[in-house]
Design a protein around this ligand. Structure first.
Ligand code: COA
Length: 157
């Protein structure tokens, strides 16, 4: 990130249609292996209550999150900051703006699952006030290795 970008305006846009599925897949591929393709985002966004957030620095997309909302609860389905932009508190900004958006829709509880060994993500969520409420042993499979999933919750009101 350049000095100009650090001074540039950050803003979130929230999409409930599939128009940004291609962009979402591109961003996801920078953050995850294996990644979700465009069809996966189209299918996810076809389910009512699903919303995609893109955080942009001026015109440049830098981070994204996909949420699913059901009445007063919501879940983070996936979230990432592009590698070139990490360590600038962009995910923290993304999450803060995402929580404001969801809270305005009367969402009271926001859930997520994170890999037990994903230290950056766990520190991010802890620093944002999420609390660990459960653990699924061996939930994620990476070849012949497994990883626990930590379930976290934040009350938004
Ligand atoms: C996790 C991820 C979203 C963090 O994005 P980011 O924009 O770099 O995060 P931020 O700069 O907003 O950091 C917020 C907090 O997270 C923690 N953090 C972020 N990167 C970290 C790292 N590499 N190591 C340790 N802690 C880290 C810090 O505690 C930071 O808080 P601080 O500023 O008080 O130190 C990013 O690393 C990512 O996209 N990873 C790959 C995808 C992923 O794992 N997504 C989460 C799936 S549940």
């Amino acid at each position: 990130m350049t000095a100009e970008m650090e001074k540039a305006a950050l803003s979130s846009t929230f999409f409930t249609d599939a128009s940004v599925s291609s962009l979402a897949a591109t961003l996801h591929a920078e953050c995850f292996t294996p990644s979700w393709d465009e069809d996966a985002f189209r299918s996810a966004l076809a389910i009512p209550g699903t919303v995609l957030q893109i955080l942009a620095c001026d015109e440049t997309p830098v981070a994204f999150a996909l949420y699913r909302r059901m009445f007063e609860e919501a879940e983070i389905l996936t979230l990432g900051t592009r590698p070139a932009f990490r360590g600038r508190r962009l995910a923290a900004t993304l999450l803060r703006e995402g929580q404001t958006y969801l809270a305005a829709l009367q969402v009271e509880r926001l859930f997520l699952e994170v890999g037990a060994q994903n230290t950056p993500a766990r520190r991010l969520y802890s620093s944002m006030g999420f609390k660990e409420i459960g653990r699924r042993a061996g939930y994620y499979l990476h070849g012949d290795r497994s990883e626990d999933a930590i379930i976290m919750l934040k009350n938004l009101h």
